[in-house]
Design a binder for this molecule. Structure first.
Ligand code: ZN
Length: 238
C-alpha cells in the first residue's frame, strides 16, 4: 500500500480543522450562556421590584382603609349622639336604620383592611424569600460569568495558535487539493474526509456508497480519490 504523503498532510489538516470547528462552536455558545445566566438574575431582581411595588400599593390602600374606618366610627358615634336627642319615634327608628347601615359598612371596611394587612405580610415574606434567592443567584452568576469569560479568552488563544498551525500545514498541501478540500470543508465541516476499509466492504463511511473496484485500486495505489456520491475525500482506515 503506497501511502500518499499529501493525503497524510490533509488528514492532519482535517484533524486541526475539526478542533477549530469544535472550539468555534463552544466559543459561539458562550455569549448566549452568559446571557441566560444574567437573565436569571435580572428576572429575580424584577420579581423583587414587583413585590416591593405591590407592597407599597397595598400599604397605601390599607392606610386609606384605616382612615375610612376612623371616619365611619366617628360618624356612627355622631349618629348615636343624635339618636339620644331625638323627639319622635319615627326619627329614632330612622336613625337606628342609618346606624345599622353604617355599622354594616364599617364591618365590611374592617374585613377588607384586615385582608390588606394580611396581604402585606404575605408580600413581605415573598419578597424576603426572593431576595434571599437573588443574593445566592447573584453570587453563582458572578462566578459562572467569570468562568465563561476565562473560557472564552482561553479558546481565543487556542484558536490563534491553531490558526497559525493551520497556515503552516495548509502550505504543505498542493493548491488544487487544498482548494478541493476547503470546498468540501465549507459544506461538510467536521466530516470533510471519509474513511474506507476492506472490513466495511469498501464503502464510504460517511454516506455508505460503495466504491468501484477501479476507485479502490486507485486509493490503495496512493491516489487521491473522492466519493462519487458525497464528494468527500477518501482515506484508507488503518
Ligand atoms: Zn460518500
Amino acid at each position: 500500500m503506497a501511502a500518499n504523503p499529501q493525503l497524510k498532510t490533509l488528514r492532519e489538516l482535517h484533524e486541526l480543522d475539526r478542533s477549530i470547528i469544535s472550539l468555534r462552536k463552544r466559543h459561539e455558545a458562550i455569549a448566549p450562556e452568559t446571557e441566560a445566566v444574567q437573565q436569571t438574575v435580572a428576572e429575580l431582581r424584577k420579581q423583587v421590584e414587583n413585590l416591593a411595588a405591590e407592597t407599597k400599593r397595598t400599604r397605601t390602600e390599607a392606610a386609606r382603609g384605616e382612615l375610612e374606618i376612623k371616619s365611619a366610627e366617628a360618624n356612627i358615634r355622631k349618629l348615636i349622639a343624635q339618636q339620644n336627642q331625638v323627639k319622635t319615634d319615627k326619627e329614632y327608628k330612622s336613625l337606628q336604620q342609618e346606624i345599622a347601615t353604617q355599622r354594616a359598612d364599617l364591618s365590611r371596611m374592617e374585613d377588607e383592611t384586615l385582608q390588606l394587612l394580611a396581604r402585606i405580610d404575605e408580600l413581605e415574606a415573598q419578597r424576603k424569600s426572593v431576595e434571599k434567592r437573588l443574593v445566592e443567584e447573584e453570587a453563582t452568576a458572578k462566578k459562572r460569568c467569570e468562568d465563561l469569560e476565562a473560557e472564552r479568552r482561553k479558546i481565543e488563544e487556542e484558536l490563534a495558535v491553531l490558526a497559525q498551525r493551520r497556515t503552516e500545514l495548509s502550505h504543505r498541501v498542493e493548491p488544487d487539493l487544498l482548494e478541493k478540500y476547503e470546498f468540501i470543508l465549507a459544506r461538510r465541516g467536521e466530516t470533510a474526509l471519509a474513511a474506507v476499509s476492506e472490513a466495511t466492504g469498501w464503502a464510504c463511511q460517511a454516506c455508505y456508497t460503495q466504491l468501484t473496484p477501479q476507485m479502490c485500486a486507485l486509493l490503495v495505489g496512493g491516489k487521491i480519490v473522492s466519493c462519487q456520491s458525497c464528494a468527500r475525500i477518501l482515506y484508507l482506515a488503518e
